[in-house]
Design a protein around this ligand. Structure first.
Ligand SMILES: O=C(O)CCC(=O)C(=O)O
Length: 272
């Protein structure tokens, strides 16, 4: 479901309580919600101006790592990527808190870019279900927040998702692509391409099946990608954060990042 912000929500920067409930319910039941155009043009331009040269240097040093002309790149924990409106946006957090608790942690600080000429990925889930031997679907324990830095169209490689219950599939053999059965099943199931404006925010259950699609334009489709986990899930510690940067963050952002590598020097994307 796509949720348009009201004028009042834009003005206050806060979602109406009923919309938070609706959004959280959509993630629980349907796997995702899109908040349309949360970040403004100026914020997006600033992020793109910092991202594009970094990505060019990353691919020239490391090549593409998630398929033809497609790359996952960690972000350096520095401005503008670590801005509060990116990692601790009150609208996104109000939904995330309802789903996984206000003591959740942000444990992944990265991006996915489909370059011109990129191809289909195999349908996949980013994490296995917990306790697959129970054969039951458990509540969400990990969420992805995607923020596109460009308008996402049918042509420039939109993320394709399989909502409607794949996040609740307790079959762990379907986690990876190696058996091919997820790929086969997905072919006959409903999917959606997440076409949206730059600065929108997608919040999705990390277990929901999805894939990257071909970018047939001549420009890059970039999604920032952050993962928020329940307090007890996953160790964290993958993002180096200089002490001075950490100390400048809001109390909420520090809480989100409390198990990262605080006190370590910033790592550039090609140093991972
Ligand atoms: O960027 C995309 O559209 C999908 C990326 C993805 O799902 C992955 O690389 O695991």
């Amino acid at each position: 479901m796509f949720m348009k912000l009201s004028d009042k929500e834009r003005e206050t920067g806060v979602l109406e309580a009923e919309n938070v409930r609706i959004a959280a319910e959509q993630v629980r039941k349907n796997g995702y919600i899109v908040l349309e155009q949360v970040l403004g043009e100026e914020q997006i331009n600033e992020l793109r101006a910092a991202f594009d040269p970094l990505f060019a240097e990353f691919t020239s040093r490391k090549g593409f790592n998630t398929g033809t002309n497609r790359a996952q790149m960690f972000l350096p924990f520095s401005e503008p990527f670590c801005s509060e409106h990116v990692i601790a946006h009150p609208m996104a957090l109000s939904i995330i808190d309802q789903l996984i608790g206000s003591d959740c942690r942000c444990v992944y600080f990265a991006s996915d870019t489909a370059g011109p000429g990129s191809d289909y990925q195999n349908v996949h889930s980013d994490l296995p279900p917990l306790f697959p031997e129970l054969g039951v679907a458990l509540p969400v324990y990990s969420l992805v927040l995607n923020i596109p830095l460009v308008d996402v169209t049918e042509e420039n490689g939109p993320l394709e998702i399989w909502p409607g219950g794949t996040h609740l599939d307790p079959d762990s053999t379907r986690y990876t692509d190696i058996w091919g059965d997820k790929v086969r099943a997905a072919k006959y199931m409903h999917s959606e391409k997440v076409v949206m404006k730059a600065g929108s925010m997608v919040i999705r259950d990390i277990r929901m099946w999805h894939r990257g699609t071909p970018n047939v334009t001549d420009t890059m489709r970039t999604n920032l990608a952050f993962i928020y986990n329940r307090e007890w899930y996953g160790a964290g510690g993958g993002t180096p954060i200089p002490q001075a940067t950490y100390d400048r963050l809001s109390e909420r952002a520090r809480m989100l990042l409390r198990t990262e590598k605080v006190g370590a020097a910033v790592k550039m994307p090609w140093e991972y």
